[in-house]
Ligand binder design. Structure first.
Ligand SMILES: C[S@@+](CC[C@H](N)C(=O)[O-])C[C@H]1O[C@@H](n2cnc3c(N)ncnc32)[C@H](O)[C@@H]1O
Ligand SMILES: [Zn+2]
Length: 288
């Protein structure tokens, strides 16, 4: 039987074939033209069409998703999650639509939606990621979220969301597609973006590279948007075991960019104390 909470979010996603609204029909989502997408046993719907993918298994693989899930669950990035919750609650309307674009395994999605629920906001929510491994993990995590969430495998370059229907879109260390974000956001809608600040993971980089570089300053201007808020989150974290160090490394782009010597240096570490530094940028979409 379909519960009330499931039906609330039935029409949040659109059909990737024809763009029609998708509605729940048993364990599938169906559009008016009867294009049908099954909800997997894990609880997410695959809206990726074979011709929209540029790799057989796009996005983060199972190992990367597992590393991120373990690391985040240990609370190392909790200061960021807390600051995101405050931001989301402050800028979300009393009632509206929320979309996390590139949700990974749903750690921040769950935190932000729980915060909105705690503020008695009425939220229709969806989370998308191109990685099926990430969607599977997110769907499992989001099952216990107090706000019902439709989790979909889809690309940020082809969001399965209606034009002008989204009140808040979040993009947290995920690829940007401003054209799509602008298409789906309402006028006056809120875009929350998280980027690494200059000194993020500085000591990890020092451990791996002979000549580490600070992250380059971000260009904040976004055409068609007003930057209405900018918050810095800075902290120092202490990692006391190899598994946590290796999980953190695997979550970063450095993992694949670093040569053998860098990997060897990191594997030799038994503990790591490193700065973490993020910027939360909040934009409002201007009238066009
Ligand atoms: C660094 S992770 C961040 C995940 C999550 N937002 C977090 O912070 O925990 C980047 C995510 O973007 C996803 N991704 C990469 N390319 C994508 C695309 N074109 N569309 C949607 N998601 C994508 C990856 O699969 C991965 O889960
Ligand atoms: Zn359709």
């Amino acid at each position: 039987m379909t519960s009330i909470t499931e039906t609330m979010n039935d029409d949040i996603l659109i059909c990737p074939v024809c763009g029609g609204t998708l509605s729940r029909s048993g364990s599938s989502l169906l559009c008016e033209k009867r294009h049908c997408f099954d909800i997997s046993a894990k609880g997410y719907v695959n809206l990726l069409l074979p011709n929209h993918m540029n790799a057989k298994l796009p996005g983060d693989n199972k190992l990367m998703v597992g590393a991120r899930r373990r690391f985040l669950e240990k609370g190392y990035y909790e200061p960021l999650a807390d600051a995101l919750c405050v931001c989301a609650a402050e800028y979300f309307p009393d009632e509206g639509t929320f979309l996390d674009a590139g949700c990974g395994e749903g750690y921040y999605t769950e935190k932000m939606l729980s915060a909105l629920y705690g503020r008695k906001k009425k939220v229709r929510a969806a989370a998308v990621d191109i990685s099926k491994a990430a969607c599977a993990a997110a769907a499992v995590r989001l099952k216990s979220c107090p706000v019902p969430v439709m989790t979909a495998a889809a690309s940020v370059f082809r969001l399965p969301a209606a034009c002008g229907g989204t009140d808040m879109l979040t993009t947290i260390f995920a690829p940007l597609c401003m054209e799509e974000f602008t298409r789906v956001l309402k006028t006056g809608g809120i875009l929350i973006m998280v980027i690494p600040a200059a000194r993020h993971l500085w000591q990890l980089k020092q451990a791996v590279y002979d000549e580490p570089y600070e992250n380059t300053p971000h260009d904040y201007a976004l055409e068609g948007y007003e930057l209405i808020d900018k918050r810095s989150v800075e902290d120092t974290i202490e990692l006391h075991c190899r598994e946590d160090i290796s999980d953190l490394f695997m979550m970063t782009p450095y993992y694949y960019k670093t040569g053998e010597e860098g990997h060897r240096r990191l594997e030799a570490l038994e503990t790591l104390t490193t700065e973490i530094a993020f910027e939360i940028l909040v934009y409002r979409k201007n009238p066009q």
